[in-house]
Design a protein. Sequence first.
Length: 85
Amino acid sequence: MPSKTVTVGSAVGLHARPAALIAEAVADSGVTVTLAVADTEPVDAGSALMIMTLGATQGTEVTVESDDEAVLTTIADLVASDLDA
């Protein structure tokens, strides 16, 4: 499965608001997307709760995986963005 590693851009990490925005974008895409941080199992990026379990803070590297390159890029860009702005 294609993947891309990006750095979390939100100042407070992937907490409720950024996680909800990412999960909504995944759900809208209709494509399976997973997120993972180093040495952890990937989680379903369509679930805000699962995203928050990663404990990813600003600066944490997150690996985004999806079979759809366009969706992969979109979600990777969201993870790298400051979604609290």
